[in-house]
Write a protein that binds this ligand. Structure first.
Ligand code: ASP
Ligand code: MG
Length: 409
């Protein structure tokens, strides 16, 4: 008998008819002979609503964060009870479990706790009795019994952690999209849902801004070797399976193209090529809590060089102000910037074994007369910064040049 952990996100449980749809999916899996543990998120935008209430009170500090978690954990508690009732109405034995009742122990980092341990005795006993456990996502308790939450989107992590300790055959993340796409279908019409992708690629995509899965959930699944599947609550398609690289399979060179528009770049021109300059420039930026993404420094001709980095567009004005001050103190020539840029990345484990991916990418962009402003690479990723107005053109051209349109095996 196989065991599935099925997680349903907020949009999948937003109303009672939708909760009934979820119950039917669970029943369907059971009828096909699988045991099921269900994990649910809060209904619809409930967590956002709770966050707004707390913002209205505006109480800060560690105690505030403790109460925040008591507040946020209520959203999931509503869903577990309603889904358990719905399952029982359809003749299935079901029981709801809060994080604590499910044995989920976390550290004490309120609002972004990490799972330390899960005592699965209770859930296993329920499964043996033929009961469907319905577990609240996103929450646990610390060793003192204080309620904690795992950070926004954390129900995915609950599901993967439970799948790991219960040694489930698959952890299925049901959401409102069909799976992981080759690229954003709103931009590239031919974008296609991938049948499979590796953990490594999914982690890159998540860190590049793909919101389909909580990145900690992917890390966890990779560490504990839990096969993960992303699929839609609203269709019968089989979604995207995320697993280890399968050596025997022919890997596509590129699995996905992803991009972010909310980027800006800043350049300090004419800085001295001496030790300590990068730290003098980026230290105050990080002190201001501004996240830096790409960094490029050129080789120095005539003892001076240029230093460029990117930040989120919303941080651009503040970063610019800081940089202008630093420029005076380190005697740099000039500060320039551009906040109409975008970052586009291609991700694929096949890059490891194929030379020439970067040069082909650059040629495709050149053929479209798109200027590349910055480049950065890792083992399975190439990112470029280009003018935002060319982003869609670049994504379409690369999607077709790298044959992402073709069905994978
Ligand atoms: N309800 C929480 C959130 O909205 C957790 C989750 O849905 O994964 O972030
Ligand atoms: Mg989510």
């Amino acid at each position: 008998m196989s065991l599935f952990v099925q997680k349903f996100g907020g949009t999948s449980v937003a109303t009672i008819p939708l909760i009934e749809n979820v119950a039917k999916r669970v029943i369907n899996a059971r009828e096909q002979g699988h045991d099921v543990v269900v994990v649910v998120s809060a209904m619809g935008h409930e967590t956002d609503r709770l966050v707004e209430l707390a913002e209205e009170v505006d109480y800060q500090g560690l105690d505030g964060r403790r109460e925040m978690d008591v507040l946020l954990s209520t959203g999931e508690q509503v869903t577990i009870s309603l889904l358990a009732m719905m399952l029982m109405k359809h003749g299935v034995r079901a029981r709801s479990f809060t994080g604590r009742q499910a044995g989920i122990v976390t550290d004490v980092e309120y609002t972004r706790a990490r799972v330390l341990d899960i005592d699965s005795t209770r859930l296993k006993a329920e499964l043996e009795q033929g009961v469907v456990p319905v577990v609240a996502g996103f929450q646990g308790t610390d060793e003192q019994g204080n309620i904690t939450t795992l950070g926004r989107g954390g129900s995915d992590t609950t599901a993967v952690a439970l799948a790991a300790v219960l040694k489930a055959d698959e952890c299925q993340i049901y959401t409102d999209v069909e799976g992981v796409f080759t690229t954003d279908p709103r931009v590239v019409e031919e974008a296609r849902c991938l049948k499979r992708i590796t953990f490594e690629e999914m982690l890159e995509l998540a860190s590049l801004g793909s919101k389909v899965l909580h990145s900690r959930a992917v890390e966890f699944a990779s560490k504990y070797q839990v096969p993960l599947r992303v699929l839609s609550s609203f269709s019968d398609a089989s979604g995207t399976l995320i697993t280890n690289e399968d050596e025997s399979m022919e890997q596509p060179i590129i699995s996905g193209i992803t991009f972010t528009r909310d980027e800006a770049k800043l350049t300090m021109l004419g800085v001295k090529d001496v030790p300590g300059i990068a730290s003098a420039i980026l230290g105050p930026i990080s002190d201001a809590n501004i996240e830096v993404d790409m960094i490029v420094q050129n080789v120095a001709a005539d003892m001076s060089t240029d230093f460029t980095f990117t930040v989120r567009r919303e941080d651009y004005t503040q970063a610019m102000g800081i940089l202008e001050n630093i420029a005076k103190s380190i005697d740099a020539r000039e500060v320039t910037g551009d906040n109409k840029i975008a970052k586009l990345s291609m991700v694929g484990v096949g890059m490891r074994s194929h030379a020439g991916v970067a040069s082909k990418m650059f040629r495709v962009l050149a053929d479209e007369s798109i200027n590349i402003q910055m480049i950065s690479t890792s083992e399975i990723k190439i990112s470029v910064v280009i003018a935002e107005k060319y982003l869609e053109l670049a994504a379409r051209a690369l999607h077709s040049a790298f044959d992402l349109v073709e069905e994978d095996k």
